[in-house]
Ligand binder design. Sequence first.
Ligand SMILES: [Zn+2]
Length: 134
Amino acid sequence: MPGKRSNRSKIHNFLCPSCQCRLWRLGNTKHHLFYTGVSEIKQNLQISKKKADMISRQGAYVDPTQWIEEFFCSQHGKMWLLVSKTANDRLISKPATPSDWQRSTGTLRPELSNPTVSEYTQRMSRRADIRLRP
Ligand SMILES: [Zn+2]
């Protein structure tokens, strides 16, 4: 039966930042953001310095709530947006900046990527909730 699909309430509408039209999710790899260093981890996770220090000793922290994902606008074509999951489980999106890309598990902008890199990032996003080893 149509409409029987579960998770329907979890479907979010993403809007084009340029024309406010609804965007299509392309379902490609999510490039999660990661943080390194005590101050960056502390600032982004809003945790104590002591906790941030512990995490930074184990390497980078991959943020399960923020990632860069590819979308499609019927007027503007493909675009990459930074998606953030808020505390109440809503998703918000904005255009990804070069500094977002620098902090993403993709590490390379899409126009520079190659198959080896995408294999790598797929593996990374599967274990995005696990901290990276140094
Ligand atoms: Zn658009």
